[in-house]
Write a protein that binds this ligand. Structure first.
Ligand code: GLU
Length: 478
């Protein structure tokens, strides 16, 4: 059995790992070394500390915001709330954001923030205090704004934190018309967008579905095409993990294993997500769930059970050279950022496995953040102007076809054809289109160059080329 994998294993050289992947891919591009160095480096690293009142005393909080690349502005990326946050981690995550945005053609540079706390150790009032003070510190240094740098949720943060950020920014920028575009992942009632919460998990499920639909690639793995009946293990039941499981099940996959901090559960015939969640809510643990055939106190063992697809949806550094030998899956879909180390990835690829890389696989979140930002800048919800107009046009067409052909549609058929798109439908359609196009863009790059060993390398080649073009267009490089 491999050594224990859990969130208490901090990664010491995460940015170095991202750079290693970058350097490996850079050999397949034709850009001068200086330009590659500029793309790779973190442009601005802001480390700061501030005090908050806790109990009868004060506590000093460590915090970060890293803007990796200004080849496009604003920069974009979540804020992580975790006691494992450190400068190296935030730099790595910011760099991944640059490449992620480039792959899915979201016109932002990459950024990331971090607040070094365990949220469960703080009251809601203290968390609000910390978040508002963090925002003020960013405002003071010009590290936030709808045209500057736009945070979003990440591990340990969500809609509630984003609403505190939006409110603080708005309060300190009275009259700024686009102020609410300073952060995404906000609640719908505070100018958020339908579908943002589900977006990363939905994107992960679409990415996997695209991958397993390519007959040629599935043949090499000895798989049939399609998600139907494929056995999946997911690590992490946070926002990303939960929604990945939900949509993978909807697409026909069988969820055979789930892993969390407290342990892992397994049933080759499938686990019921909602029942597991309800059990965890009442008992505080996934262990003891009656529908599991096996359970493991060491969550690492959960990853090593038989399955076709493994979806790490928790933190970085989970699949390493120490446990890759025990992983049975033939596809790893990186819903988390940086879950597979370069050494483990090389072994897995050598073995003929497919890794759907993080920078593409979990890009659904930032894609829908982009839609939210556009909504905030245009001050109107998607579909508001054209929904009824579209319905009237459709209705006229249906009436005309019915009267000229004599065919009568049922009322269900009629409303399915006539109905104009809601904001959620437009968001989901934009997300699906983005995930499908980007997958094939990466796959084609790999298919056209036999020396490119993996989808990750292809994804890096794609994003390095796109960022390089931005610099050239700025006239910075000849
Ligand atoms: N934190 C998410 C990520 O790693 C979302 C970033 C965003 O929406 O800006 O992709």
């Amino acid at each position: 059995m491999s050594k224990s994998l859990n969130a208490t294993m901090p990664k010491s050289n995460f940015f170095g790992d991202v750079c290693e992947f970058f350097d490996h891919a850079a050999q397949f591009t034709k850009h001068p070394e200086g330009l590659l160095d500029q793309i790779k480096a973190c442009n601005s690293v802001y480390r700061f500390r501030f005090p908050i009142r806790k109990g009868n005393g004060l506590e000093v909080i460590d915090a970060y915001r890293v803007e990796h690349s200004h080849h496009k502005t604003p920069t974009k990326g979540g804020i992580r709330y975790s006691d494992m946050v450190n400068e190296d981690e935030v730099m790595a995550l910011a760099a991944l954001m640059t490449y992620k945005c480039a792959i899915v053609n979201v016109p932002f540079g990459g950024a990331k923030g971090g607040i070094k706390i365990s949220p469960q150790n703080y009251t809601v009032a203290e968390l609000e205090n910390i978040t508002r003070r963090y925002t003020v510190e960013l405002i003071k240094k010009n590290f936030i704004g709808p045209g500057i740098d736009v945070p979003a949720p990440d591990y340990g943060s969500g809609e509630r934190e984003m609403s505190w950020i939006a409110d603080t920014y708005q309060t300190m920028n009275p009259g700024q018309l686009d102020a609410l575009g300073c952060v995404t992942g906000k609640p719908i009632a505070l100018s958020g967008i339908a579908g943002r919460k589900e977006a990363t998990g939905r994107g992960v499920a679409i990415a996997i579905r695209e991958c397993v639909d390519v007959a040629e690639d599935m043949q090499t793995l000895g798989f049939t095409t399609g998600l139907s009946g494929k056995k999946v293990i997911v690590q992490g039941l946070g926002n990303v993990g939960y929604h990945s499981v939900k949509y993978l099940s909807e697409f026909g996959a069988i969820i055979v294993g789930l892993c969390e901090f407290e342990g892992a559960i397994f049933n080759a015939d499938g686990l019921d997500l909602e029942q597991v969640m309800a059990h965890r809510k009442t008992t505080g643990s996934i262990l003891g769930y009656a529908g599991a055939k096996r359970e493991f106190e060491n969550p690492a063992e959960g990853l090593e059970q038989p399955c076709d697809i493994l979806v790490p949806a928790a933190l970085e550094n989970q699949i390493t050279e120490y446990n890759i030998g025990q992983i049975k899956a033939k596809i790893i879909a990186e819903a988390a950022n940086g879950p597979t180390t370069p050494a483990a990835a090389a072994i897995f690829i050598d073995r003929g496995g497919i890794i759907i890389p993080d920078m593409y696989c979990n890009a659904g979140g930032v894609t829908v953040s982009y839609f939210e930002w556009l909504k905030n800048l245009s001050h109107v919800a998607f579909g508001r102007m054209d929904k009824r107009y579209e319905e009237n046009v459709n209705l006229n067409i249906v009436n005309m076809v019915e009267s000229s052909t004599g065919v009568k549609l049922s009322s269900a058929q009629r409303s399915a054809i006539v109905k104009g798109a809601t904001e959620l439908e437009l968001v989901n359609s934009g997300l699906e289109d983005t995930m499908i196009r980007s997958y094939h863009e990466i796959r084609e790059i790999k298919a056209h160059n036999p020396k490119i060993d993996s989808l990750r390398t292809a994804a890096f080649v794609s994003s390095i080329d796109k960022v390089a073009v931005s610099y050239m267009n700025m006239g910075i490089w000849p």
